[in-house]
Write a protein that binds this ligand. Structure first.
Ligand code: NAP
Length: 276
């Protein structure tokens, strides 16, 4: 078994994820895994980094596929005996002009952004080594979408005692409410992406709390963040930041020094803790 520290970035064949891997290759003392659902696209990105003189390793990972997540988990367990840095970056967003029915957008978006991310956490968080760092890439849109939820929903999402099971129920309820055409009446905002990212931010708050309760003394820090508005296939060419600039906050959180005890369980943008 290798004692080399290891970092994993999900959805890192392009965009912000690739920029995070690039930075980690330069700054992280250990093996860095670029992961992608499509091995061809993943290997291509690894080759691109190699041309830049950087050494990333590749492992397949489709966060929609539990078998794929578990294959990565088993690989990490066997080869490294755990994991030091996990960046949950993979995500999807329908374009504004997309005509796909809202209920389908809700189901598909929640499946990857919330349920996929949650499944990766369920399988990989138990592997985190002491002083591990976990970064869940959410979005400022989670904050604006929260503000457009009903007061009852806002209270639930801001609660310091909400459980993962309750959060899962709420995310499922959103999808169900869009299917029945009652999501407006039930107090949800009109954004599937926004609700999925509320899920990611609240999940991060819950997971940090659980780490405090169950693994105190292991110094693991877990946060949600927004990379900013970044020029990628998702956000388009008008966005204000380059992928390298978008990687700055996630990489800052992934490389928090071993003597840091904060931030933890926070929503962070521009390397600054934001109110939730
Ligand atoms: P992007 O260029 O579209 O890249 C998304 C990445 O996620 C791709 O590598 C994609 O792989 C991967 N992915 C999607 N579904 C996946 C799955 N089921 N399993 C594994 N990988 C999957 O988007 P981006 O702008 O870099 O976004 C990265 C993250 O930042 C996302 O979580 C996004 O919500 C968040 N974010 C972005 C912005 C922005 O302005 N760009 C702002 C706030 C937050 P494929 O190539 O196979 O599709």
């Amino acid at each position: 078994m290798s004692s080399v520290p290891v970092a994993v970035v999900t959805g890192s064949n392009k965009g912000i994820g690739l920029a995070i891997v690039r930075d980690l290759c330069k700054q992280f003392q250990g093996d860095v895994y670029l992961t992608a659902r499509d091995p061809g696209r993943g290997q291509e990105a690894v080759a691109k980094l190699q041309q830049e003189g950087l050494r990333a390793l590749f492992h397949q990972l489709d966060i929609d596929d539990l078998q794929s997540i578990r294959a990565l988990r088993d690989f990490l367990k066997e080869k490294y005996g755990g994991l030091n840095v996990l960046v949950n970056n993979a995500g999807i967003a329908f374009k504004v002009q997309d005509k796909t029915p809202f209920a389908v957008q809700a189901e598909v978006t929640l499946k990857t952004n919330f349920f996929g991310t949650k499944n990766v956490c369920t399988e990989l968080l138990p592997l985190m080594k002491p002083y591990g760092r976990v970064v869940n890439v959410s979005s400022m849109v989670s904050c604006s979408a929260l503000g457009r939820c009903s007061p009852e929903l806002q209270q639930k999402f801001r609660s310091d005692t909400i459980t993962e099971e309750e959060l899962v129920q709420l995310m499922n309820k959103f999808v169900e409410d869009t299917r029945k055409g009652v999501h407006d009446k039930e107090g949800w905002p009109n954004t599937a992406y926004g609700v999925s990212k509320i899920g990611v931010t609240v999940l991060s708050r819950i997971q940090a709390r659980l780490l405090n309760q169950n693994r105190k003394g292991e110094h693991i820090l877990l946060n949600a963040c927004c990379p900013g508005w970044v020029r990628t296939d998702m956000a388009g060419p008008q966005a204000t930041k380059s992928p390298e600039e978008g990687a700055e906050t996630p990489v800052y959180l992934a490389l928090l020094p071993s003597d840091a005890d904060a931030p933890h369980g926070q929503f962070v943008s521009e390397k600054t803790v934001r109110p939730w």
